[in-house]
Write a protein that binds this ligand. Structure first.
Ligand SMILES: *Cc1c(COP(=O)(O)O)cnc(C)c1O
Length: 366
């Protein structure tokens, strides 16, 4: 007998998450120097790590023999001040993927259902399936969330609805008023996880008052991450904001020291580095224009994006992806998101964007 057969069928059926190809891996495969490769595949911050976060990390190094603060007091205090939210409402995670999983663990069991959109972030089906709950994928509308259809998909077994806003990999977003109406119109007993990983890339006028909504909707969980605009993807820090009772439940199912000391310190510092966030936002705005103008020039259709990435249609996406790899440019195939004809590119530095566009032109001519 195969020992693996002892694992529940729903665990055996999980399709592993497909991360962006690491620079080190391509360098190894090709026998190249890493310096000649650009990675625009995981929506990381092209500006690197905020200087304030770097300094904070240095200051913690001498203390690594100690366990981290399991309650993350200082980071929670910084988040609470920044967003006007009580600390009791905050849950910290080893990346926001961790808090997404905690929300599933707190509210789902085998037999219950969670709803998410087609082409939505791949972690939702993963965390739902890992619990043995049933994931309901609702067809998208113009690649974005169809909230009306998601509302209709709710059954008596539904407990959680995941919404990525803006969504990855499509870059689409639902307007605040529409979201608010959705929240107001839900039947009782449905938890809504609103994943705002790209919130900081939105112009102010498009940002929803999601923290204000927490008071009106105790069933709302808002998640944020330090992996994108704050430039700390490698450290893994994210957070959730929720009703204090919900936050308490999520804290009970998390590991006691799920966020390490370096991450706690770096995240608190990054949160206060307004200059870095502003530069990141500006770089993204100009880079988005550079890339979408370039795509238009090449006659390539793309999905207008509100994040720090854009998905574009090339037909034979896998072949184009491979050709780009051979030119040292890593982008992201998104066939596993149900988009086999698209590739997703992260907005990089001006020089990286230019190199990507040049390589793409060549790849399409091949
Ligand atoms: C990148 C991303 C995250 C962030 O995940 P972390 O675990 O915080 O790195 C969350 N949600 C979406 C939709 C993302 O694209």
């Amino acid at each position: 007998m195969d020992i693996c057969d002892l694992a529940p069928a729903y665990v055996r059926a999980i399709a592993p998450y497909q991360p962006g190809k690491p620079i080190s891996e391509l360098a190894r495969e090709m026998g190249w120097e890493e310096a000649g490769i650009i990675k625009l595949a995981s929506n990381e911050n092209a500006l690197g790590v905020s200087p304030l976060a770097q300094r904070a990390i240095q200051s913690v190094l001498a203390d690594l023999a100690r366990y981290p603060d399991g309650n993350g007091f200082e980071l929670k205090q910084a988040l609470a001040r920044r967003y006007g939210v009580e600390q009791e409402r905050i849950v910290l995670g080893n990346g926001s993927n961790d808090v997404l999983e905690l929300s599933a663990r707190a509210f789902l069991t085998p037999g219950l259902e969670a709803i998410y959109s087609r082409h939505a972030f791949a972690v939702y089906p993963l965390v739902v399936q890992a619990i043995g709950a049933k994931g309901i994928e609702v067809p998208a509308k113009n690649f974005g969330h169809d909230l009306a259809a998601m509302r209709r998909a709710i059954t008596p077994d539904t407990r959680v609805v995941f919404i990525a806003n803006p969504n990855n990999p499509t870059g689409t977003m639902v307007r605040a008023a529409e979201l608010e109406a959705f929240l107001s119109g839900l039947p009782k007993g449905i938890v809504v996880v609103l994943d705002e990983a790209y919130n900081e890339y939105l112009p102010d006028e498009l940002k929803a008052d999601s923290f204000g909504w927490l008071r009106r909707f105790p069933n709302l969980i808002v998640t944020r991450t330090f992996s994108k605009v704050y430039g700390l993807a490698g450290l893994r820090v994210g957070c959730a904001f929720a009703d204090p009772g919900v936050a308490d439940l999520m804290n009970r199912v998390r590991q006691p020291f799920n966020v390490n000391s370096l991450s706690l310190a770096a995240a608190a510092a990054a949160l206060g580095d307004h200059e870095f966030v502003r530069r990141s936002f500006e770089l993204n705005r100009s880079g988005m224009k550079q890339i979408t103008d370039g795509l238009e020039k090449l006659g390539i259709e793309f999905i207008p994006s509100f994040g720090n990435f854009v998905s574009f249609r090339v037909g034979a996406a896998e072949a184009v992806f491979q050709r780009l790899l051979k030119m040292g440019v890593i982008v992201r195939p998104i066939a596993s998101y149900g988009m086999p004809q698209h590739l997703r590119v992260t907005i990089g530095l001006e020089s990286e964007n230019a190199r990507f566009l040049g390589a793409l032109k060549q790849a399409l001519a091949a």
